[in-house]
Ligand binder design. Structure first.
Ligand code: SF4
Length: 526
């Protein structure tokens, strides 16, 4: 028996998620499923039966299937998703950059296209966790912005081969960052993802209605028209404690919320009811605020709990303003991009109002590197033709390339911990090295995993994008980390002189490959 939820029409056969999202009268509901680490048996049966029940229920537009969540191995979302797809349920495949290089990623995308599974949630991915025999090698060859572009280019090829059905790609965003720099980095990256072709965005998990509002406002300021799905989770005390302790990258549970959840679950039956009520109320708030839909997670045993959330949501959705107070869990000294008083009209984002201080050494390094860059590595510098001529001469001299490589290494190792990638990108990261300073080697903005300004992987270090923002905000140069898209690192230049490569237009700035060209055409503003 199919149930009605608000204006959602019941579905009788597969209704594409992309069409559901395009229907302005439909509030879209997606359900996140997490495969286990087995190829058959209980975990597979459970996920498949939840998907089957979700399809029979009719209120879920698509199930999304995670890709080695937490960086730990699990059954491939492609194969499990295909089984679910065959039931008739539309599927969103999570596609991360962590486990494959660009060759493997393209091959996987082609395979998904051939299977007809073209809804992709393009993600950077949590850092590598433990697999067979220990910690897995982190790949991160492309980042999530470059992945969007790759999928867009593959869509064009799919079209050219006569298939009108292209990839329908989405991205993730977290409005729940505590510091100004992280908020800026998140929104700047969202801007890039949208410009790179993302067609929807799903938020990370958080319980702060002001932050959900902020995301809607910032997309208006950036001129982005992207349907947003807010994450809703069935919050149990164990997961709440894990998130609170920083063990689920990007998700936020504050002290006050953890305390409340633990109190609610003193009696498990009432705890379960409270979790369902909280999830239903958050669905109502998100719909009321103007989100295009919700992405429900935390349903691991049976569809029943998701069905109960949606039943309750249908009953209470009109009361959403009363529920805003239930999602008032700010982080201590947390940054908000808009003042509450400026909610109406045309709000202005409050970035850069009180730039943080940076220490003397950081200022000195940044000043030195910027001056060197502006003098020697600005293609429009008056001496540019002279540098090019000199570079050409050195490049053709016997031992010239090797000599330049060794000379360059001395200052760059001292100032940047240079890893000699040969395709320098420090100018896109506030004159910090994305290879040595970012464990995911991201060239297009922060991942979702930073916490309190610290790196997801090395919590004792500040996130490199936070450092970049702090360096740039004083001089009003933050546009340098938002403009355009940085092409992927050119591995063919590994262990060569980045200085020669720049002047001889061999690096990503001069490359004519299709991904680099498309990257350079992208524009966004924050
Ligand atoms: S981006 Fe590459 S060349 Fe530039 S400092 Fe880092 S490793 Fe060295």
């Amino acid at each position: 028996m199919k149930k009605e939820a608000g204006k959602n029409a019941p579905l009788t056969s597969r209704f594409p998620f992309s069409l559901a999202l395009a229907d302005k009268h439909r509030f879209v509901v997606t359900l996140e499923l997490v495969p286990g680490r087995e190829a058959s048996g209980r975990s597979v049966d459970t996920v498949t039966s939840i998907a089957r029940d979700a399809f029979a229920d009719g209120r879920i537009s698509a199930v999304s299937i995670t890709d080695n969540p937490g960086g730990n191995p699990s059954l491939s979302p492609d194969v499990l998703g295909h089984d679910i797809f065959e039931i008739g349920m539309d599927v969103i495949v999570h596609f991360t950059c962590r486990d494959m290089n660009r060759i493997g990623m393209e091959s996987r995308a082609l395979q998904l296209a051939m299977m007809g599974m073209k809804n992709i949630l393009a993600l950077g991915g949590d850092y590598s966790g433990k697999g067979f025999g220990g910690q897995g090698a982190p790949v991160f060859d492309l980042d999530s912005v470059q992945l969007q572009i790759m999928l867009g280019l593959l869509s064009e090829r799919i079209n050219a081969s006569g298939d009108p059905d292209t990839f329908f790609t989405g991205c993730a965003v977290s409005p729940f960052k505590r510091t100004e720099a992280e908020c800026y980095a998140q929104y700047a990256k969202l801007c890039r993802k949208a410009a790179a072709g993302a067609q929807f965005a799903i938020t990370q998990l958080g319980y702060d209605a002001e932050k959900f509002k902020e995301l809607l406002q910032i997309t208006k300021v950036m001129g982005i028209h992207l349907p947003l799905l807010g994450s809703v989770y069935v919050l149990r005390p164990k997961v709440a404690a894990l998130i609170h302790g920083g063990n689920v990258p990007g998700a936020v549970v504050t002290d006050a919320l953890l305390e409340r959840v633990q109190k609610e679950w003193k009696d498990p039956a009432s705890g379960r009811e409270a979790a369902i009520e909280r999830a239903a109320r958050l669905c109502a708030v998100l719909k009321g605020l103007g989100y295009a839909g919700v992405h429900i997670g935390g349903v691991h045993r049976s569809f029943d709990i998701a069905g109960r959330i949606l039943d309750r949501f249908a009953l209470i959705e009109d009361q959403w303003p009363d529920f805003l107070q239930d999602f008032d869990f700010p982080q201590p000294a947390g940054f908000y991009a808009f003042s509450r008083e400026l909610d109406e009209g045309a709000p202005h984002a409050l970035f850069g109002q009180s730039p943080p201080k940076i220490n003397f050494v950081e200022r000195l390094r940044y000043g030195l590197l910027r001056r060197a860059h502006d003098t020697f590595f600005d293609a429009t510098h008056p001496l540019g033709p002279v540098y090019r001529k000199g570079a050409r001469l050195i490049d053709t001299m016997p031992g010239g390339r090797r000599l330049m490589y060794l000379v360059e290494d001395i200052p760059k190792r001292a100032l940047l911990h240079c890893q000699k990638c040969g395709d320098c990108a420090v100018q896109h990261v506030g004159f910090l090295c994305p290879e040595s300073q970012c464990p995911k080697h991201i060239r297009n903005g922060a991942c979702g995993g930073s916490r309190n300004g610290r790196c997801e992987v090395f919590p004792d270090r500040p996130c490199v994008w936070v450092r970049a923002y702090r360096r740039l905000v004083r001089g009003n140069k933050t546009r340098e980390i938002t403009e355009g898209c940085v092409p992927p690192r050119m591995w063919e230049l590994n262990n060569t002189s980045a200085w020669l490569n720049f002047h001889l237009q061999r690096d990503h700035q001069g490359s004519s490959n299709e991904l680099s060209r498309r990257c350079r055409m992208i524009g966004c503003r924050l």
